[in-house]
Design a protein around this ligand. Structure first.
Ligand code: BTN
Length: 302
């Protein structure tokens, strides 16, 4: 490698160290060199651009090796044109999750991307949008997996109680003027043990579930599905997609606990969502209560 790239052996060693810091597993074989026990299936901008422009039309795709966060990158570059802008990164240094958490993945071991669109209707008409994003992503993944992926309100992608992916929706704009929406999706494709150890909840990745396609085909299908779902949302609102969300609901009928940021909680049976995407919780004698997404988190009550 040193000869091929015209650098010193210590530069190769440093590069290998850096790659491991990005979450890539590298084996050093004495007397031979380095080996990737798990080859990376890199994203291909040519393939993605061809697939997306033929099916979405007015789309701009930005593919980066490393970024702080694809959501932040698009939020810093909002434009007033009516098309779809997509930003993907092989690695994020500051991936963000809901409720101030971080999103961890290894270089080339996940899908981390964001999609930006402009909505003329203003923020008030966007109720349920983050749930709709989950529907678009889950339906596309389910075409390529032998086991069904479900949704955990508001928009986590789960298999059983293990998390496969998450969605972070961020909105900028006025209450009734135009609004810019950035939908960020993080999916575990191949989560190496060192990254898994840093995540404080049960997780699962697409490879262990038996994903039947490569990252490029999956990403293109998810983006097309997400785009179609957003187009329907513009026409029909959340109520037009409510049944599809409920068909994917992995926690329906289960006894759950809703946690508020101040540490308080309430329990009940999860009985689906209303026409605006608020969670419906059957509290028994207390009746059925409605809860808006935002800062809430849901757990199985044990
Ligand atoms: C969550 O489950 O809390 C949401 C996670 C969302 C992570 C994705 S990765 C791509 C995009 N860029 C970010 O910084 N976050 C989202």
């Amino acid at each position: 490698m040193a000869r091929e790239f015209g650098v010193s052996r210590s530069s190769v060693f440093n590069a290998m160290e850096q790659a491991q810091a990005f979450g890539v597993r590298i084996q050093a074989v004495r007397g031979k060199g380095y080996r990737l026990p798990h080859a990376i299936d890199w994203l291909d901008s040519g393939f993605l651009n061809r697939r997306l422009t033929s099916l979405i039309g007015n789309v701009e795709l930005y593919l980066h090796s490393s970024l702080d966060s694809t959501n932040t990158w698009l939020l810093d570059r909002l434009e007033d044109n009516p098309g779809t802008r997509i930003c993907c990164a092989e690695h994020q240094t500051g991936g963000r999750g809901r409720r101030g958490r971080s999103w961890r993945s290894a270089l080339g071991g996940g899908l981390t991307f964001s999609l930006a669109q402009r909505f003329e209707t203003g923020m008030a008409a966007l109720a349920g949008l983050s749930l709709v994003a989950g529907v678009g992503v889950a339906q596309a993944i389910n075409r390529h997996l032998p086991v069904p992926v479900g949704l955990k309100w508001p928009n986590d992608l789960v298999v059983g109680v293990r998390k496969l992916g998450g969605i972070l929706v961020e909105v900028r704009g006025d209450l009734d003027g135009a609004a810019h929406v950035v939908i960020g999706v993080g999916l575990n494709v191949h989560l190496p043990a060192n990254v898994r150890e840093d995540i404080e909840q049960a997780v699962v990745d697409l490879e262990e579930l038996g994903l039947s396609v490569g990252r490029n085909v999956l990403l293109a299908d998810i983006l097309i599905s997400l785009h179609e779902t957003l187009t329907r949302f513009r026409r029909e609102g959340f109520s037009g997609l409510r049944d599809e969300w409920q068909a994917l609901d992995a926690y329906r009928g289960k006894t759950v606990k809703l946690l508020r940021p101040d540490g308080s909680s309430l329990s009940g049976i999860e009985v689906g969502v209303d026409e605006a995407g608020s969670l419906l919780l059957d509290e028994g004698a207390g009746g059925v209560s409605r809860h808006l997404g935002g800062e809430l988190s849901m757990r199985l009550a044990i």
